[in-house]
Each structure stands twice: as C-alpha cells, then as structure tokens.
Ligand binder design. Structure first.
Ligand SMILES: Nc1ncnc2c1ncn2[C@@H]1O[C@H](COP(=O)(O)OP(=O)(O)OP(=O)(O)O)[C@@H](O)[C@H]1O
Ligand SMILES: [Mg+2]
Length: 234
C-alpha cells in the first residue's frame, strides 16, 4: 500500500490515538490525569461521580479520544472501568481497542443479553469495553428506554467508573438523554473546530435536562504532542 492509501485507511478506521498508553509521561497524558483528578475531587460522598458522559457540541471534536484516554487513566489509577460506546450511530471504540463488535450496547438494550457478560476485557488492566454492537435503527429510543435504566442500575454494581462515549449533543438527542441519567457530563471543545454558537446551544441543551456539567475539556492542539488538554471545572 502507498503512504497515501495507508493514511486514508487510518482515517477511515476511526481508531483514535491512545496517547495515555503509548506515551504515559507526555504532557497530554499528564493533562488527562489532571482531568481525572478534577473529576475525583468533584465526587463527594453525597454526590458520587460514577457514571460520566463525554460529549461535545458538534462532530470530530475529540469525544472518542477524550473518553478512551480518560478510561485508560482511571484504570491506571486502579479503578475498575467500563468504557461504553454509546455512539450507536458512529461507533469507534471497538476499532480503537481492536475488539469484535458483534455484541455490544445495542444488543444489551434490545435483547435479554447481560451487560456484564457483553463487556470485553482490554489489554489495559482494570479496563473493560462495551462496544456499540450492531447499528440499530432507533438509537435514541434505545438509550431512553426503561431497559437502559435497568442496565445502568445493574452495571453500577460491577464497576467503579462508567464512561459513555456519545454523539454530538447539538446534532442528535442521544447525549442529552444519557446526560440526564448519569452523575456527570464532560463537554469537549476543539480549537478551530467548535463554533461559539454551537457551544452555547450545547450548554443550553444540557441545562435543559439538568445535566451536571463537570467541566470542559479543551482539546486544543493540532499537534497533540506540543499542547494538551485543559480542564475547567465548575
Ligand atoms: N487534539 C487533537 N489533535 C489532533 N488530532 C486530534 C485531536 N483530537 C482528536 N484528533 C483526531 O481527530 C479525529 C476526531 O477525533 P475523535 O474521533 O476523538 O472525535 P469525536 O468527537 O469522537 O468525533 P465524532 O463526532 O465523529 O464521534 C480523530 O482522527 C482524532 O484522532
Ligand atoms: Mg466519536
């Protein structure tokens, strides 16, 4: 394959870069650990943060990159983590972790499939992944179903942290639905990609469902090695 074809293949695959695995001591990895610390501090005994939605206003802003790397750093801290690909429209987590996507969240929500059995271990200690499963015709209905609430209640007993990779909040209602069900939401903002009016809209949509926005992850750099992520807590 030529270099160009290889690059195209890489783009099509949608696997995101796990900098926290390949370069643990890089400044960007350090920023992910800082986000983890901020989330841990936001958690209190009466307001435990166990379930976290990661979303952004629009497409391609770094939701999957942020959720996957956050999952890795939480797992590295000894927490039992389940990363859930709740982007049932544009699933990528199975590609990033090179896992089968035959069974996943869509299967769990539309059949009697047990969620804990459907979760797959990864090469990272303490980190399991629930892939999206086959693309369903009705993602919003599945995420908003009573079955989702039951599944969430059950899976909470098996993991310390559950991280949901979501679609953009302004485009479809899925992230809004999940944000209303979880303990906290993280909004990813990408330099030169996120639009100001979209951001305001995102914030309003999350407020509408009384989502607890834990903070904004600023996915700033074109070259991820030079700059990193900045986190603003509330
Ligand atoms: N800071 C960054 N610098 C350079 N490339 C980045 C950065 N953050 C993400 N990317 C790349 O941009 C692309 C989109 O990132 P990612 O898949 O994480 O975004 P997303 O918000 O999940 O997108 P989608 O809306 O399609 O789900 C990926 O190829 C990813 O590797
Ligand atoms: Mg994504």
């Amino acid at each position: 394959m030529t270099k160009k074809q290889n690059e195209r293949k890489g783009k099509e695959s949608n696997a995101v870069s796990l900098i926290t695995l390949v370069d643990k001591s890089s400044p960007v990895s350090e920023q992910y650990r800082a986000v983890r610390t901020n989330i841990q501090f936001a958690s209190s005994t009466d307001k435990q943060i166990q379930t976290i939605v990661v979303t952004s206003s629009g497409p391609g802003e770094g939701k999957s990159t942020t959720s996957a790397n956050l999952a890795v750093v939480f797992a590295n801290a000894g927490q039992k983590v389940l990363l859930i690909d709740a982007d049932l429209r544009k699933a990528t987590v199975h590609k990033t972790f090179r896992l089968s996507n035959e069974i996943g969240l869509s299967t769990v929500l539309s059949t009697t499939q047990n969620i804990v059995d459907a979760a797959q271990p990864t090469t990272v200690d303490n980190l399991c992944v629930l892939t999206s499963g086959p693309k369903p015709p009705n993602p919003s209905e599945l995420l908003g179903s009573v079955r989702m609430d039951q599944v969430l209640a059950e899976v909470r007993n098996h993991y310390d942290i559950l991280i949901f990779d979501m679609p953009p909040v302004v485009t479809v209602t899925d992230a809004q639905i999940m944000a209303s069900k979880v303990d906290g939401t993280i909004l990813v903002v990408r330099e030169n990609v996120s639009l100001k009016e979209s951001l305001v809209k995102a914030r309003n949509l999350l407020e509408m469902v009384q989502a607890r926005v834990l903070g904004v992850v600023y996915n700033g750099a074109e070259n991820m090695k030079d700059q990193g992520y900045y986190y603003y807590g509330n």
